[in-house]
Design a protein around this ligand. Structure first.
Ligand code: MGD
Ligand code: MGD
Ligand code: SF4
Ligand code: MO
Length: 701
């Protein structure tokens, strides 16, 4: 018998079957069983296709580096030493109570992750607000799609990554991918691009690098990092000049166009060419292509969003889609390609500093009253808004800052911007607790490490990039010694004398989540495990048992009270840090196919290649620096330095270098400038000096 479940990694949440290689049919399988990944061809999102990370995902099962015992740092030796669950949880609780008594509940911070199931994200938010009483909870999704979430909420009145099923791409006429390399970051999705092209549609890719995704494009545009808004402004300028605005749609379904029209008047394509490096004729051609398309989609991903002006960049592209009359129609519109397995659901149920379950805002009295009612506590007992992810980490060591940090599902030492600063901030903590499945770089810094169950060993729901709620089902018994995140929260809540109980049965937690979300924007009230099993996932909002779910949103009205979408007049600002004499090159960062995120999981999977970090550099720049392919380079920014071998490729802009962030290094360099609206850091653009690490005499520096 094989268990139908989903991949542990990205937001596509590909369906897969897990079975015993030996053919055993016990349910769940005994812990030591060798697991095998098999196709699940009927699951509609990936139809049996998986990328190599999915096929090798059982590589972390029975891994020798798997954590199976709680560890506490010994005061005597300074080393992490095995202990029992009882004593680990007692130790954490007594330290938390002492800190809370002395400094108040906001001295305790909780850092969650977009890889956690909906049940865990929900329970973590409730744990922070009720068991700890702290406002200080946020999560790594802040570094992921928060700019798109902020822009989508402001423009469309509601943020659901894609407001339509992914397969709709096949039925549009033009799809514009702004800063997405989906051929490497969600490979099974690339088949929709191929199907669209086979139908005669066109794919546009906007990226400073000619990626494997760009290789599948009809139109490839290669801007300077951080200049997407100038490009969007010029495209809109030209759409207006060509007379291609959908006036009826703009009048009937939107507001605020006049100010936006005014704001793009001076963005003639020649001006944008000087800012973006994209030839004016290419900008005109792109505007003409979009202006003549019957249906078009604009999809953003991290290349457009991870900037200190990321939310304005997304608003600029939504303006383009709205002016063309594309949003709120079938097979057209704006969407964000979310990233982590539960990047979507993770932001709906309360682990974000300003939100309560159901995508409710924590400063809304009605939202507080509803959620407090479900939880059985007084609304006034719920804390208010906390700090955003990076701001919380920056506060460590400050008198009013966080003094104890509980990390569930993130490896911040590798993935936070300006990581050497963040890493030094961790030293200021009185207590760092990390729950993980392996000894991540962050766990290695902790005072207490708690070993948790991983995906195949537990059940829970995830919400994929389409807003489709899916069910990851347990296939195998966890190894002895590990506990689920829900079990940890339950154990801690009891020890903290929480006024309410915390259950650890995922299905029971999901039922409660449904009640807490009822009436909210992300309404899950009508979704059950049984329905998900029967219907291959259910799209939210789904307010009642007889509601079919909502695959396509905005068809009759947008999420604002007046039902209209809102244009926003925005101004191009560009990267905060521009190249100068000392740091003359643009640096951008991102992903490669075979590694996932901080690499804590995939770097340990034997069947995935791990060649370490590298620097993509154009032959012209390499020539100027007399660098050969493979030669070790030193990259230096105002914040830090790293060395890695050069990969000389003509696919990148000559003024830009690229480093993947799956290893310690890239984030020693990145800029921690934050977007004022979303608090997203500027991962995708800063100024860097590039030199050979080996001096000309051949001696290492
Ligand atoms: N293999 C793999 N897949 C993943 C992940 C992974 O770690 N590995 N992580 C998952 C997660 S959490 C996420 S968020 C998604 C991310 O998915 P993507 O957004 O597709 O991934 P990135 O590589 O971060 O960025 C995409 C592209 O943006 C380009 N870019 C850089 N700067 C700019 C710019 O200023 N403008 C524009 N237009 N483009 C720019 C980069 O060159 C890169 O090719 O992937 C998910 N899938
Ligand atoms: N320079 C640069 N930096 C970036 C980015 C970039 O493009 N460039 N992208 C940003 C983005 S989009 C993201 S999403 C972040 C991601 O960066 P991280 O937040 O570091 O993400 P992961 O590496 O997935 O970390 C997840 C950790 O949780 C563990 N884990 C997995 N499942 C569970 C679970 O169920 N419970 C618990 N307790 N632990 C679990 C894993 O082993 C791993 O150690 O990085 C950001 N950082
Ligand atoms: S595309 Fe994403 S969900 Fe699908 S197999 Fe690869 S990592 Fe897993
Ligand atoms: Mo992400």
């Amino acid at each position: 018998m094989a268990t139908e479940t989903h991949c542990p990694y990205c937001s596509l949440q590909c369906g897969m079957r897990l079975a015993a290689a030996t053919g055993s049919t016990q349910d769940p399988l005994p812990a030591r069983t060798a697991l095998e990944v098999r196709e699940w061809p009927e699951f509609p999102v990936n139809k049996g296709a998986l990328c190599r990370k999915g096929w090798t995902s059982t590589g972390l099962h029975r891994h020798r580096e798997r954590l199976t015992q709680p560890l506490v740092r010994s005061a005597a030796t300074g080393e992490l030493e095995p202990t029992s669950w009882e004593s680990a949880l007692d130790h954490i609780a007594s330290r938390l109570v002492a800190l809370r008594d002395e400094h108040g509940p906001d001295s305790i911070g909780v850092f969650g992750g977009g890889g956690l199931t909906n049940e865990k994200a929900y329970q973590l938010g409730k744990f922070a607000r009720v068991a700890l009483g702290t406002s200080q909870i946020d999560y790594n999704g802040r570094w992921c799609m928060s700019s798109a979430a902020s822009a989508g909420t402001r423009a469309l009145g509601l943020d659901r990554g894609l407001p339509f099923p992914l397969a709709d791409i096949e039925h549009t006429d033009v799809v514009v991918l702004v800063g997405s390399n989906l051929a490497e970051t969600m490979p099974p999705a690339a088949r929709h691009l191929a199907a669209l092209r086979a139908r005669g549609g066109q794919v546009v890719v906007i990226d400073p690098r000619r990626t494997p995704t760009a290789d599948q494009a009809d139109v490839f545009v290669q801007p300077v990092p951080g200049t997407d808004l100038a490009l969007a402004q010029a495209v809109l300028h030209q759409v207006i000049a060509d007379g291609n605005v959908d006036d009826d749609f703009v009048a009937a379904r939107t507001s605020g166009f006049a100010a936006v029209q005014e704001s793009v008047v001076s963005w003639w394509p020649e001006r944008a060419e000087r800012v973006t490096g994209v030839p004016a004729r290419e900008i005109r051609a792109l505007a003409a292509l979009l202006g003549s398309a019957e249906r078009a989609m604009v999809l953003t991903a991290r290349g457009a969003e991870q900037h200190a002006s990321g939310s304005d960049i997304v608003l600029g592209w939504i303006n383009v889609a709205l002016a063309l009359g594309m949003c709120g129609r079938e097979y057209a519109g704006y969407g964000c390609l979310t990233g982590q397995g539960n990047g979507q659901g993770g932001r709906e149920h309360g682990q974000k500093a300003d939100q309560l379950p159901g995508y409710r805002m924590i400063d809304d009295p009605a939202a507080r009253a509803h959620v407090a009612g479900v939880w059985g506590v007084a609304p006034e007992s719920l804390p208010g808004k906390g700090r955003s992810a990076y701001e919380m980490l920056s506060s460590l060591g400050e008198p009013e800052g966080v003094k104890a940090l509980l990390v569930f599902g993130s490896n911040i030492v590798v993935s936070a911007p300006n990581a050497s600063f963040v890493s030094s901030q961790l030293d200021a903590l009185s207590l760092l607790v990390v729950a993980d499945i392996v000894m991540s770089e962050t766990a290695a810094r902790a005072d207490v490490v708690l070993p948790v169950t991983q995906w195949a060993e537990e059940t829970g729901t995830m919400t994929n990039l389409e807003g489709r709620v899916i069910l990851r089902q347990q296939a195998i018994t966890p190894p002895k010694g590990v506990v689920s995140d829900l079990g940890i929260l339950r154990g801690l809540a009891t020890r903290l004398s929480s006024p309410i109980e915390f259950g650890d049965d995922p299905e029971e937690v999901f039922v409660e989540l449904g009640r807490a979300s009822a009436g909210g924007r992300a309404d899950y009230a009508g979704i059950t495990y049984q329905r998900i099993r029967e219907e291959e996932g259910v799209f939210w909002p789904c307010p009642s048992a007889d509601h079919p779910g909502t695959p396509r949103m905005f068809l009759s009205s947008f999420g604002h009270p007046d039902g209209r979408a809102r244009f926003h007049a925005v101004e191009h600002r560009g990267a905060v840090e521009q190249p100068d004499d000392d740091h003359p090159v643009h640096l951008t960062t991102g992903r490669v196919l075979a590694q996932y995120q901080s690499g804590a999981q995939t770097r340990r999977v034997r069947d995935l290649p791990d060649d370490g970090p590298f620097v993509e550099i154009h032959p012209m720049l390499a020539g100027r620096l007399s660098i050969d392919d493979g030669e070790v380079l030193r990259l230096t920014t105002r914040r830090g330095a790293m060395t890695a071998p050069a990969r000389v490729v003509d696919t990148i802009r000559p003024d830009t270098v690229f480093v993947p962030f799956h290893w310690v290094g890239a984030n020693l360099l990145t800029n921690d400038a934050l977007d004022p609206a979303s608090r997203m850091p500027e991962f995708k653009a800063c100024a860097v000096a590039v030199t050979p690490a080996r001096s000309r005499s051949g001696v290492s520096e």
